[in-house]
Design a protein. Structure first.
Length: 135
């Protein structure tokens, strides 16, 4: 049976938020070298435009994720579900924190580590989200 209800809207918005956040980071990783070669103004314009789009969608993913926690009775699920949920929350926190550091640092080394770390943690969060839905 197919349900078109508030739960499906919540899940849809969560997936869209995660897709833009993580998918955008993948696309940006390909665009940054080209933008950097075109000049510092182009590089800044591209990354600023990305931030204007990505951060609201990260917020959407977080808000709909919190909404999901309130909908699911975590007391009645298996402990493995709660472990996966906890790991996902940690991955989301790492992705957001690393991205914030990446955006605000001037150190190329820190920017590289935090950019890559944000993407890897974001991918881990997406995988754990799939585990939670399928499991």
């Amino acid at each position: 049976m197919v349900d078109y209800d508030l739960d499906s809207i919540r899940r849809f918005l969560h997936v869209v938020g995660a897709a833009v956040w993580v998918g955008g980071q993948i696309v940006l990783a390909a665009l940054v070298p080209v933008a950097r070669a075109a000049g510092p103004d182009v590089h800044r314009a591209v990354t600023n435009a990305f931030n204007r789009v990505a951060w609201p969608f990260f917020g959407l993913a977080v808000v709909t994720g919190v909404w999901s926690i309130f909908v699911i009775d975590v007391v009645d699920v298996e402990s493995s579900y709660n472990v996966a949920l906890g790991l996902k929350l940690i991955a989301v926190a790492i992705s957001g924190t690393a991205a914030a550091i990446h955006t605000n640092t001037t150190s190329p080394m820190i920017r590289g580590v935090t950019g890559g770390g944000s993407l890897v943690a974001g991918l881990a969060a997406v995988y754990l989200g799939i585990v939670l839905v399928v499991g």
